[in-house]
Design a protein around this ligand. Structure first.
Ligand code: ZN
Ligand code: ZN
Length: 347
C-alpha cells in the first residue's frame, strides 16, 4: 500500500519493495547463495591517526614512546556479535530472512527492478533479538590502552609509523584497522636538519678566521670542538663527518654535520686596536717591509711584552716587526693557543 502512494506522489523516486516469496526463483539468486556471499564479507575496522611530536635528538637516534590510545576493541562478552550470550537471533522482518530486497524504480520507460542488500539486517537475514548489555549490541567497546612504539633512528617530520592491528576493531568481528603514528619533530635553534645532514652556522671573529682557532659547537652528540683552519673565509663550510642523522632503515649510513662560517667584523674598536690595525694595513700595502725572519724565541715563553711597546717603537725594522707581532698577539688574546702556535710557526 505504501509503495503505491509513493509512486503516485513522485514516480521518479527510488523506493524499496519487499522480496516476496514469488521472487525466490530469480536466476542465480537463491536464498542460500545470497547468504553465503553476504556472510563472507567482513568489514575491516577503521584506521586511526595519532599525531606525535618527537624531540630533535629522539628523531635522530630513535626512541621508544608510550602513549594512551583510545580505540575500539572487540567486546569480550559477546565476542563481537553484539547479541546477548545465549539469546537467539530472529528472522529479519524486512527481508523475511533472505538478506535481499528488491528496489523498483519507476521511469518514463517503465518499471525497473534491482536486487540489493537488505538495509535492516545487512544481508544476514537475521537480526539480534537481545543485545549484549556490555556493548549495547555494537560488538565493540571503546578502550583506552597504553601503546608502545619503537621510533627507528633517522625519522623526520612527516614520517608515518604503522602499527598493525591497533586501529579500531571491525564491526561484527571484522579484523581491526591499523594505527598510523604521524611524526613531527621539534626544532632547535642551533641545528637544522637537511635529510641525513645537519646544518649549523658558526660565528667567529675575523681574527679567528685569519689565525685559526678551535671553537665549541653543538652537535647531536653534545658539545665538541671544531677546528677553524687559518685563512677561513666567510661562507666556508666546515664538516664534522658522520655527525649527522642516520639514514632511515639503514642506520649504518650516517650524514655529516656542516658548519657554515660567519665572520664577524667589529663595528667599534679601541684606539689601541686601531693603531695595530693601521700598522698592519701599512705592512700589507708595503710588502717589502714584511719580516724576513721569524720573531724572536722569547715571545714563545709567554712573558708579557706590552710594556715594551713604547720603548721599541722607533728601533730598527726587525724590532718593528717584533713589536707588531706583540701587539697582534696582545689583542688576539682570545685566540686559542693552537692558533697562536700556528702563527708563530708560520711567520
Ligand atoms: Zn558485546
Ligand atoms: Zn533483512
Amino acid at each position: 500500500m505504501q509503495t503505491v502512494s509513493l509512486l503516485q506522489t513522485n514516480p521518479f523516486d527510488l523506493f524499496e519493495t519487499f522480496f516476496g516469496p514469488s521472487m525466490a526463483g530469480f536466476p542465480g539468486m537463491d536464498q542460500a547463495g545470497f547468504r553465503t556471499t553476504r556472510r563472507s564479507t567482513v568489514t575491516k575496522g577503521e584506521d586511526i591517526r595519532y599525531d606525535m611530536t618527537l624531540e630533535f635528538s629522539a628523531a635522530i637516534f630513535g626512541s621508544e614512546k608510550e602513549f594512551e590510545l583510545s580505540h575500539l576493541e572487540v567486546c569480550e562478552a559477546c565476542t563481537g556479535t553484539g547479541a546477548k550470550i545465549g539469546s537467539k537471533n530472529r528472522i529479519c522482518s524486512t527481508c523475511g530472512g533472505r538478506g535481499q530486497v528488491m528496489r523498483t524504480e519507476q521511469t518514463p520507460f517503465g518499471m525497473f527492478s534491482q536486487v540489493s542488500v537488505c538495509p535492516n539486517c545487512g544481508g544476514v537475514g537475521e537480526v539480534i533479538s537481545e543485545y549484549c548489555r556490555k556493548c549495547s549490541g555494537e560488538g565493540r567497546i571503546r578502550v583506552k590502552r597504553d601503546i608502545k612504539v619503537k621510533i627507528p633512528p633517522g625519522v623526520s617530520k612527516g614520517s608515518i609509523l604503522r602499527v598493525a592491528g591497533e586501529g579500531d576493531a571491525g564491526p561484527k568481528g571484522g579484523p581491526p584497522g591499523d594505527l598510523f603514528v604521524y611524526l613531527d619533530v621539534e626544532e632547535i635553534p642551533e641545528i637544522q636538519r637537511d635529510g641525513i645532514n645537519l646544518l649549523s652556522t658558526v660565528s667567529i671573529s675575523y681574527l679567528d678566521a685569519i689565525l685559526g682557532a678551535a671553537v665549541q659547537v653543538k652537535t647531536v652528540e653534545g658539545d665538541t670542538e671544531l677546528q677553524i683552519p687559518p685563512g677561513t673565509q666567510p661562507g666556508d663550510v666546515l664538516v664534522l663527518a658522520k655527525k649527522g642523522a642516520p639514514k632511515l632503515n639503514r642506520p649504518s649510513i650516517r650524514g655529516d654535520h656542516l658548519f657554515t662560517i660567519k665572520v664577524t667584523i667589529p663595528k667599534r674598536i679601541s684606539a689601541k686596536e686601531r693603531d695595530v690595525l693601521e700598522e698592519l694595513a701599512f705592512l700589507t700595502r708595503n710588502p717589502s717591509s714584511r719580516p724576513q725572519s721569524r720573531p724572536k724565541v722569547q715571545q714563545a715563553t709567554g712573558s708579557t711584552q706590552s710594556e715594551n711597546d713604547s720603548v721599541t717603537e722607533d728601533t730598527n725594522e726587525e724590532g718593528d716587526q717584533n713589536d707588531l707581532w706583540n701587539k697582534l698577539k696582545g689583542f688576539a688574546g682570545s685566540v686559542a693557543n693552537g692558533a697562536l702556535n700556528w702563527l708563530k710557526g708560520n711567520l
